[in-house]
Design a protein around this ligand. Structure first.
Ligand SMILES: [Zn+2]
Length: 374
């Protein structure tokens, strides 16, 4: 099976993050085994009880080597003019949900790993396909905490194969996220006896919006390496569409800031906790998704520049599983296809990008696992 056919097979499963990704993970595991990898599967139920599976494959013995990492979930595909789950060749492009982000890249990783014989490997190759990257990196977090294969392998270097047109990305933003809950009491609004949870939430969020505006001007929270250079606070909220004649019993909101390397959020956390107390709302602060910031002199960066022939590294503003895997590995984001295609209607990738992806991943494996083991 060539890399285009394998991409087509993975695209054929609708693994939008709200659905299960178990069927596509099983297909990935099967292709990994055919490529000579030993496979560990890691399963859990997500917050909505939907079964999710991540896959970790290993080829070769011992520890060290390099990990090639991707995800098998995709964003939903609505509004397409044709079937988004059937890889379709048109005008030299391959259209399909996940073709660029990033089932094509996962196929490249497996194809590249299949070309090297386990006997020639002085250190192992790992290929990882996670769940829930598009939501909260839940699969990466689960793999990070539970994968015996990765833990025993003590792998130091990784490639996150998100679409970068095979540019070498060394840093990206992370996520500073706060879940907010306000509780009230439901009654018919005409009685005047209820308590509206939104009436606690709204003034709290007004103060949060002010904090966001200040962050946009605070040099400590600006980083010119990124576009935009600020952490772009975003708030989403809901009260379950309470009818206008009922006092809302529950109001929830999520605040998301794109935190950047080296920023210290503890003072913000302190202020948010104090405001929450004053407005009688409860907050849960998530700090598990760190920015990626791999030093340019890291071996994985230097080898990636040499293999791709690029002169300089790049930074991006979107997050990846590197927010999790970067905790233990020195990672670059490097993969075929263009991020501009990700999440769009009529997402596509060029077949030449897939071929180049196989080539670049193959050369990286050769450098780390055969020529000069890490
Ligand atoms: Zn992606």
């Amino acid at each position: 099976m060539n890399v285009v056919e394998m991409t087509g097979e993975f695209v054929s499963y609708n693994s939008a993050s709200q659905f299960t990704n178990v069927p596509v993970s099983k297909a990935i595991a099967k292709r990994m085994r055919e490529a000579g990898l030993k496979v560990e599967t890691l399963s859990y139920n997500d917050a909505n009880g939907v079964p999710k599976m991540s896959v970790v494959g290993k080829k070769g013995k011992g520890t060290g080597g390099i990990a090639l990492m991707g995800h098998s979930d995709v964003v939903p595909a609505e509004g397409w003019a044709w079937d988004p789950f059937k890889l379709t060749r048109k005008n030299g492009r391959l259209y399909g949900r996940g073709s660029a982000d990033m089932k094509g890249s996962v196929a490249c990783m497996i194809d590249a790993a299949s070309r090297l014989s386990a006997r020639d490997l002085k250190q192992p190759i790992y290929v990882v396909a996670t769940s829930d990257e598009e939501i909260n990196c839940g699969g990466a977090d689960y793999v990070h905490r539970h994968s015996r294969t990765l833990k025993e392998g003590k792998v130091r270097f990784g490639i996150i194969g998100e679409p970068t047109l095979l540019n070498v990305v060394v840093a990206h933003k992370g996520s500073y996220k706060v879940s907010v809950t306000a509780r009230g009491k439901a009654t018919h609004s005409s009685t005047g006896r209820g308590m509206n949870a939104n009436h606690k939430m709204v003034p709290f969020l007004n103060e949060i919006i002010d904090i966001g505006k200040k962050l946009d001007k605070d040099p400590k929270f600006l980083d010119k390496r990124f576009t935009p250079p600020n952490c772009t606070m975003n708030i989403v909220m809901g009260d379950g569409n309470t009818a206008a004649n009922i006092t809302a019993p529950l109001s929830s909101a999520t605040i998301n800031c794109r935190a950047m390397p080296g920023q210290n959020w503890s003072s913000i956390t302190k202020r948010i906790r104090a405001l929450a107390k004053r407005h009688d709302v409860s907050v849960k602060i998530w700090d598990g998704l760190r920015p990626l910031d791999t030093p340019v002199d890291s071996r994985v960066v230097q080898e990636a520049l040499s293999v791709t022939g690029k002169r300089t590294t790049k930074t991006v503003s979107y997050g990846t599983d590197g927010m999790v895997f970067g905790k233990t590995m020195e990672c670059v984001v490097l993969g075929p296809g263009d991020i501009k295609q990700a999440h769009t209607i009529d997402e596509w990738i060029l077949p030449e990008q897939l071929k180049k992806g196989v080539d670049v991943f193959g050369q990286m494996i050769a450098r780390f696992c055969i020529e000069d083991p890490a």
